[in-house]
Design a protein around this ligand. Structure first.
Ligand SMILES: Nc1ncnc2c1ncn2[C@@H]1O[C@H](COP(=O)(O)OP(=O)(O)O)[C@@H](O)[C@H]1O
Ligand SMILES: [Mg+2]
Length: 404
């Protein structure tokens, strides 16, 4: 995928002499040391990352870790102290006023935590706002705004004022307003943090659905790891102005880079993060036409498996269990075919483990199928449940639900 945003060694220091603080950072001094010695606050401290086109890149961290400062530098609501930000290969940090105006107009839109709607204007007028400042004529503005309101399910509320709407609905208006200008990059600073948990879950689902259609490049800020795991194609964990880890949900939960990250991940629902693929072992399938029962038993013993799948001419036909086969071979004339169970559990490789519990109850290994329906591997029930148990870690527990 193409790189949409590139951020290099980005620093923001709030205070009298940012240059001095930057030099102190470069010589390895910490945010608390710099505050103590100079009274200056390090907001963001040498952050590097890229965001690919069409990706949801989530930045997750506690309150005060620098998330808002970071996202506001991307559209230069805050000017960086040093470092570089590029969009489509053009520098935002070095852009002059004209170039910056053009980049903001053509490429960027922002959604805030507090919806920042005009209370005295109708929902439709709020959505039209960005189009008006772009000089689009009223008829076209109106049509575009109605189209966006339809996307977020609020066309019936077009002529109401925001005050008549619930928090979740107001944030949908905020989203419609941002999307109305058809930005390439959507910057979202804790857009759902002020909402009730159920509404919030709805909004997360809706954002994913919208994104499926619109395929924007999104930078999404949250202080909630569950939200990060649900939304992020990749997630950056931020602490004291730095990124301490960047990766997919699976990568971060499977292998937290520090005690700090481990402590965050300890309480999450691992069944919603890991997929069948993460616990998949080679199928070691038997060939129904070739393999004798004795071959099958020996292979299971060697691999420590209770059952193996069987294929015939490359097609999956079923599964045989050790105990059935061992019992049958004590009777003369047993063959493999007579012991094949044809009612067996299957999943796609990207199925989350929490959807596999019922399938595991059969005790049979679950057949993991590729996109063509071929056997890609097996997920043993023990491997599924083993993956759900949190790993040992030494980290103290940060408060993951503080307001950001
Ligand atoms: N305008 C400002 N002046 C001084 N310090 C600021 C300013 N804005 C943010 N900070 C400080 O920068 C750090 C990061 O803040 P912020 O980016 O708002 O964090 P977050 O969004 O993760 O809660 C905090 O220590 C905060 O106090
Ligand atoms: Mg913030």
């Amino acid at each position: 995928m193409r790189e949409k945003l590139l951020v290099e060694n980005l620093v923001k220091v709030f205070g009298e002499d940012p240059g001095r603080a930057v030099r102190m950072l470069e010589s390895g001094r910490s945010k608390p040391e710099i505050l103590e010695e100079t009274g200056m606050t390090v907001g963001v401290s040498g952050v590097d990352f890229t965001v690919r086109e069409g990706e949801i890149f989530v930045v997750m961290g506690l309150s005060g870790s620098g998330k808002s400062t970071l996202i506001r530098m991307i559209n230069r609501l805050i000017d960086p102290s040093s470092g570089n930000i590029m969009i489509d290969g053009e520098s935002i940090t070095e852009a002059n006023d004209d170039a910056l105006r053009r980049i903001r107009r053509d490429k960027l839109a922002m959604v805030f935590q507090h919806f920042a709607l005009f209370p005295h204007r109708s929902v439709r007028e709020n959505v039209e706002f960005g189009l008006k400042t772009r000089g689009i004529v009223p008829r076209e503005r109106r049509a575009r705004a109605m189209e966006m309101l339809e996307q977020v399910g609020l066309e019936a509320w077009a002529e109401a004022t925001p005050g008549a709407l619930s928090g979740g609905m107001q944030q949908r208006v905020g989203l419609a307003r941002a999307l109305a200008v058809d930005p390439e990059v959507l910057l979202m600073d804790e857009p759902f943090s002020a909402l009730d948990p159920l509404i919030r879950a709805d909004m997360q689902g809706e954002l994913l659905q919208l994104q499926h259609k619109l395929k924007k490049t999104i930078v999404f800020i949250t202080h909630d790891l569950d939200e990060a795991l649900i939304l992020g194609d990749r997630i950056a964990i931020m602490e004291e102005g730095r990124f301490v880890q960047v990766g997919t949900a699976e990568e971060i939960v499977a292998d937290p880079a520090s005690d700090y990250v481990a402590a965050f991940t300890r309480d999450i629902d691992r069944g919603r993060v890991f997929t069948a693929e993460s616990v998949m072992a080679p199928a070691e399938a038997l060939d129904l036409a070739q393999d004798a029962p004795q071959t099958a038993l020996e292979r299971m013993e060697r691999l420590g498996r209770d059952a193996l799948y069987v294929e015939e001419g490359g097609t999956l036909t079923g599964v045989v269990r050790y105990r059935d086969l061992a019992a049958a071979t004590r009777i003369n004339g047993a063959n493999l075919r007579g012991q094949v169970i044809t009612d067996y559990p299957t999943v796609a490789a990207d199925t989350h483990l929490h959807r596999m519990f019922r399938l595991c109850a059969s005790g049979l290994p679950v057949a993991v199928l590729d996109r063509e329906g071929r056997l890609a591997g097996v997920a043993e029930p023990d491997a599924v449940f083993g993956q759900l148990a949190p790993r040992e870690n030494g980290g103290g527990a940060p408060e993951t639900r503080m307001q950001g």
